[in-house]
Design a protein around this ligand. Structure first.
Ligand code: NAP
Length: 284
């Protein structure tokens, strides 16, 4: 029997409806996105985030800076946004041009406004099992599992990829949900053997079709995060034939992508709650 598709688009729409109502109840939620340069993929992502934020009723400020902007100028902008009473959440789109140190910029964002969850205070709290702001893509994966009745407790979960944006936080969230977690990466000796043991797979590599049907345990839940633009269209990390073996599978597109946007909006609402003291954001 072919896998049930985990409809990220439908769940994301529902979540966005809930977020819209929460924003209306809060009265005002301000989000600033910062794009430096004219990278086409980043431009698409910012447009999607801006549109979704505006549709949800967020006061979304779309800040665009020239590709030649210096690190000091970006840092000064981030400091201004940290102090801006109209702004609850800040998102600096990565990658940044090479003259700017991404780590310095990521560290400069006030942790309670860091809707991406990339600041070390937020990454550290996730590691400690006390998550505050969490990166949206792995949070979306967890929401999909919950929606489709997959409790990670006691399950073998394999995360392929160890980036700070997807792989590592996905592994931490699965661990927190009591899965037995394995993290695979480019130096993993036998990827197929690791994946074959998995009840849950998060594939976040960016190599089209790297997860093939013969690697998948029958009935497993597969979350396809990897996204590659090819001449034939958008391809995920999961080969389409995996649908014949898996129990649950995210479509690509229409799976993890829409969830990322929805969870980002949830993060903006959380940031507004932190700033109003409606939710506690522990300070150092
Ligand atoms: P990244 O920083 O390039 O990380 C890729 C990871 O894959 C690295 O940890 C790398 O290992 C690992 N890897 C590379 N080749 C491998 C191989 N042959 N076998 C096993 N592991 C391998 O990318 P990212 O930012 O995490 O993004 C991953 C993918 O997800 C990209 O395609 C990106 O476009 C997509 N993405 C999608 C969404 C969404 O909403 N669906 C959101 C964010 C990202 P090493 O660490 O050893 O180099």
């Amino acid at each position: 029997m072919p896998a049930t598709l985990m409809d990220g688009k439908a769940l994301a729409e529902r979540l966005r409806g809930e977020v819209t109502r929460e924003i209306a109840a809060l009265g005002h939620v301000g989000l600033a996105t910062v794009l430096v340069g004219d990278d086409p993929a980043s431009d698409v992502y910012i447009r999607l985030k801006q549109r979704a934020a505006t549709e949800a009723g967020i006061d979304a400020r779309d800040i665009r800076l020239d590709a030649s902007t210096s690190e000091d100028e970006v840092l000064a902008l981030v400091h201004d946004l940290n102090d801006d009473a109209e702004i609850d959440g800040i998102l600096v789109q990565l990658p940044l041009p090479s003259q700017i140190d991404e780590t310095r910029v990521t560290y400069a964002v006030a942790p309670h406004k860091d809707v991406d969850g990339f600041h070390p205070v937020n990454a550290g709290n996730l590691y400690l099992g006390t998550p505050l702001h969490v990166p949206a893509t792995p949070a979306g994966c967890m929401a999909l599992l919950a929606e489709y009745g997959v409790d990670p407790k006691g399950k073998n979960a394999v995360v392929i990829g160890r980036s700070e944006i997807v792989g590592r936080p996905a592994a931490m969230l699965l661990l927190q949900a009591h899965a037995t977690v394995t993290i695979c990466h480019s130096r993993t000796a036998d990827l197929a053997a690791e994946v074959r043991r998995a009840d849950i797979v998060v594939a976040a590599v960016g190599v089209p079709g790297i997860v093939t049907a013969d690697m998948v345990k029958p009935g497993a839940a597969i979350l396809d995060v990897g996204l590659t633009r090819t001449e034939e269209g958008i391809r995920g990390d999961v080969d389409p034939a995996v649908a014949d073996v898996a129990g649950l599978l995210t479509p690509m597109p229409g799976g993890t992508g829409p969830m990322t946007i929805a969870l980002l909006l949830e993060s903006a609402v959380k940031a507004a709650r932190y700033r109003r003291g409606l939710l506690a954001y522990p300070t150092l």
